[in-house]
Design a protein around this ligand. Sequence first.
Ligand code: RP5
Length: 161
Amino acid sequence: MSKALVSIVMGSDSDLDIMREAAAALEGFGIGYEIDVTSAHRSPERTAEYAQKAASRGVRVIIAGAGGAAHLAGVIAAHTWLPVLGVPIQSKLHGLDSLLSTAQMPGGIPVGTLAIGEAGAKNAALLATAILATSDETIRQKLEDFRRKQSEAVLAVKLPK
Ligand code: RP5
């Protein structure tokens, strides 16, 4: 795998099944990524350090997934200038708590928040790919191919009569 351009982080290893969707999507484009667990609440110093050093490691986009009182994406965004994409993980309140905790950032520190759960994790990776595609012709080509094939698959659907 090439060097990590995208960092996938999550608040707990219990988030991994969802966040694997992001990793799988990046692998489909051959985009290098790192994946790790760090918690805004349980390991706050390490989370800050992780975010502060991401850009100098060569990371260009961070995807952060967390559930419940989901502050991970916001805390990471507070410690880096890199674009941060938040994935709300399903929770005891069906992920609505995670969604609001991730999305409702104060003006000045943005988190691009995706849908709750698997679709959000997949789309975070696709959005990270699109961000990278603005300055990388090879990635742009792969993303355009993916979108074309996806459209063709919809057109090819034949429902039973
Ligand atoms: C959040 O709390 C994590 O992101 C996870 O979604 C949720 C529950 O964590 P565990 O108690 O399963 O470790 O910080």
